[in-house]
Each structure stands twice: as structure tokens, then as C-alpha cells.
Ligand binder design. Structure first.
Ligand code: AMP
Length: 402
């Protein structure tokens, strides 16, 4: 019987899962991956094997309530058909915010849940959804070890100066500081740099995580020294629907002059801005690219996205004191050759030059021979959660044995 880890990543109406075999001394190995979407409405379940072949699929009528709890219980029952071969031994969860207290993964108990709930105001649109399956498993499967893995934790290596806002000291004492996000993705990229180029693993690298959420991270010797996201997942680059960095004065204008409530203003900044807001068309880069040749609004949204990325890379290169390489990852970074080409064109001053043929085919190396190098590396946040969960389990077993 093989012990397996379940990795969960919960959103407002979705639950993504991956199941990993935990084999002695080896990297966790993906067996199944799938998702529930449309939770709370007409829910859909899809599961594939590691090679991408569909194994099972199901849709529930919107008349029958099917939410996160029903999805989790369905997953447990779906997995039970393999109980002779595989036994779930722990669940690892993606949790967006670990605050100041959680600089590494943590075994969940009632006290931890309460401390994570206290961080909801710091990530109001993500943290409550991340915590929901944790609470459900705690209640329904009380013996199952749960490990929370944080998007903020990877950035705890940053200096105090890099993490400070120029605000009164009492606000810093209330936890108002830069935390940074997408840490599970950056952790993965950092862990594989040596497989692409050993000089990168030791050098100064900017990682561009460009997905529906987007941020940049400056790595030196594989650890985070600066990042574009700050206190919340709103900061830094424009994203699919989020505004990225804006003048705080805009928020006062929205509240005072436009008479928006704080909740309305929050909704505009999180869900109606970014590529969607600027284009008025879509948050999806594929849609914008398909219209960019003829539609000025689609073109403007892409141009702003690329402009902000190149400007922010300049800021991170300054923080690093130079650049040895740049890595593109996540949905846009991995798939959109045009965005990569436009960003690299804006970085000629840093000595970066594009290998156009390699860029078209996805690299992995997409820069020409001399100067800093550029790479396309697919991220794998779920594998990082599986690694962290397994290492926590190992530490727990060592503690019990001693
Ligand atoms: P993620 O949040 O990492 O799943 O990334 C989602 C973003 O990646 C969306 O803007 C998609 O349009 C974009 N994306 C995914 N595939 C492609 C592709 N083949 N070409 C351009 N953009 C893509």
C-alpha cells in the first residue's frame, strides 16, 4: 500500500486537487490531478492521470446544493475506490497569507485555524476560501493531518528595509508591512534553477510569475530579496482583474468623491481593474492577443501590462545590483511568446537579447548567447506543497520516534 498526499487549492467556487505518491527517499510523484468548479451552482468534477488522460468526470444539477464540503466528501469517496493500493496520509493546503507568524509550513490545529482566520483582513478575497477546506477536514476527518503551506513564507528572507512601508511605526506594529505572494511558485523556480544553469542558482535572477495574478521576485543565491507584491495581493504589476500598484490617493478619491463604499472600492480594485478594466474586454491574455491587431483597447491593456513589467524589472535589477538571468513562468509567462518578446525588448539596456526561434518554441532558454540569460520554466506550486507536507510529516514522525 502506497501512502499518498492530497494537495488542495481552494478558490471561491473551485477546488483544485492533486494526489501524490509518497515513496521512500524520492520526490513526491503526481498520480492524479483534478478540479471541482462551479461550486455553489452547477458543479463539475474532472480528474486526470499524471499523463493528462481523463479518468472521470461528473456534473451536478444546480438544483442540488454542491459546495466545498460536498466536493471534499466526494473526493474522499472517489479516492476510496483505490483503497487497496493507496492510502491518504495527509492533506497539504495552499494558504495565501501566513502573516508574520508563519514563516514555514505548519501542522493545523484549532489554535492555528484561529490565527489564520485573524489574517483574513490582510487577504479578504483569498484567505477565507483557502481556510474553508481546512475547517471542513478538521470537522469531518478529525484524524487527518493537515499542513498549511503559505504564499508569503518564501519572502521572509527579505531585509527589514525591503519589507517596510514609510508609514508611522505603530502601523508596522499592527502588521502593516510588505509580505509578498506567489512564494510557492518562486520556491519551485528557485529549487530547479540549478537544473537549467548552475550560475543562475547562485546568481541574481528576476522571476516573472505572469498569470491571472502576476508578480516579480528578485532572487539572489535562490532566496527572495525583493518582490513587487506587498501588504496584499493588489500591489505591483497590473493583473487579470487587479490594478497593481496605484497611488493611495486614488482610493480616497473613490471613497470621497465617487462615494463608493470600502467594499465597492475593493471590488473595483480586485475584480474590475487590470487587463479587464483597461481593455473593457477580457482578463484573458489569449482573448486580448487575438484582438490586439485591430482593437486599440486590447492593445492598450497589453502595452500597459508590458510597460509595468519592464519598469518593475528595472527596480528589481537595482535591488539586486545587476542581473544574471530572467525567468518567465505561469500562464502568460509560460505560453505567451509575444509578451516575453516585448518584455525582453524593453530590457536591451540590461544586455538581454531575445533568441526569437527559441522563444517561439518555448525555450527553455530564450536569450542569445552573450549577456544575461532568459528562460521559460513551468512552475509547479502543488509539488512545493507536496514537498513541504511530506517534510512536515517526516519531522512529526522523527519527533514521535525520539
Ligand atoms: P494562470 O493564472 O497562471 O493560470 O494564467 C492565466 C493567464 O494565462 C490568462 O491570462 C490566460 O489567457 C494566459 N494564458 C494561458 N495560456 C495561454 C496561451 N497559450 N497564450 C497566451 N496566454 C495564455
Amino acid at each position: 500500500m502506497t501512502p499518498v498526499l492530497i494537495v488542495l487549492n481552494a478558490g471561491s467556487s473551485s477546488l483544485k486537487f492533486q494526489v501524490f505518491d509518497m515513496l521512500d527517499g524520492a520526490e513526491p510523484r503526481l498520480v492524479w490531478k483534478g478540479l471541482y468548479e462551479g461550486l455553489g451552482g452547477s458543479a463539475h468534477f474532472l480528474v486526470k492521470d499524471a499523463g493528462g488522460a481523463v479518468l472521470d468526470e461528473m456534473t451536478w444539477d444546480s438544483g442540488d446544493w454542491f459546495g466545498h464540503e460536498e466536493a471534499l466528501m466526494h473526493l474522499v469517496s472517489w479516492l476510496s475506490q483505490f483503497r487497496e493500493e493507496r492510502k491518504p496520509v495527509a492533506i497539504g493546503h495552499r494558504v495565501v497569507h501566513g502573516g508574520e507568524a508563519f514563516s514555514r509550513p505548519v501542522l493545523v490545529n484549532e489554535a492555528v485555524i484561529q490565527r489564520l482566520e485573524a489574517l483574513v483582513p490582510l487577504a479578504p478575497l483569498h484567505q477565507p476560501h483557502n481556510l474553508e477546506p481546512i475547517r471542513i477536514v478538521h470537522r469531518r476527518l478529525p484524524g487527518m493531518p493537515q499542513i498549511a503551506c503559505f504564499d508569503t513564507a518564501f519572502h521572509q528572507t527579505q531585509s527589514e528595509i525591503a519589507s517596510l512601508f514609510a508609514l508611522p511605526r505603530e502601523m508596522r506594529e499592527r502588521g502593516v508591512r510588505r509580505y509578498g505572494f506567489h512564494g510557492l511558485s518562486y520556491d519551485y523556480i528557485s529549487s530547479v534553477l540549478k537544473d537549467y544553469d548552475s550560475r543562475l542558482a547562485e546568481g541574481r535572477v528576476v522571476v516573472a510569475h505572469l498569470g491571472n495574478g502576476a508578480s516579480l521576485c528578485a532572487l539572489e543565491g535562490g532566496v527572495s530579496v525583493a518582490t513587487t507584491m506587498g501588504f496584499s495581493a493588489l500591489d505591483g504589476l497590473p493583473m487579470g482583474t487587479r490594478c497593481g500598484a496605484i497611488d493611495a490617493g486614488v482610493v480616497f478619491f473613490m471613497l470621497r468623491e465617487m462615494k463608493l463604499t470600502p467594499e465597492e472600492a475593493e471590488r473595483v480594485l480586485y475584480t474590475k481593474s487590470g487587463l479587464l478594466g483597461v481593455s473593457g474586454i477580457s482578463n484573458d491574455m489569449r482573448v486580448l492577443r487575438s484582438k490586439a491587431a485591430t482593437d486599440v483597447d486590447a492593445r492598450r491593456a497589453i502595452d500597459l501590462f508590458v510597460y509595468r513589467i519592464t519598469r518593475e524589472i528595472g527596480s528589481l535589477v537595482a535591488a539586486l545590483g545587476g542581473i544574471d538571468g530572467i525567468v518567465f513562468t505561469a500562464g502568460i509567462g509560460e505560453n505567451d511568446a509575444a509578451t516575453r518578446a516585448e518584455v525582453i525588448a524593453g530590457l536591451a539596456w540590461a544586455g538581454l537579447t531575445l533568441d526569437e526561434a527559441a522563444n517561439r518554441t518555448g525555450g527553455p532558454r530564450i536569450s542569445s548567447q552573450s549577456g544575461p540569460t532568459a528562460w521559460v520554466i513551468p512552475t509547479n506550486e502543488e509539488l512545493v506543497i507536496a514537498r513541504q507536507t511530506r517534510s512536515m510529516l517526516g519531522a512529526m514522525q522523527d519527533k514521535l520516534a525520539s
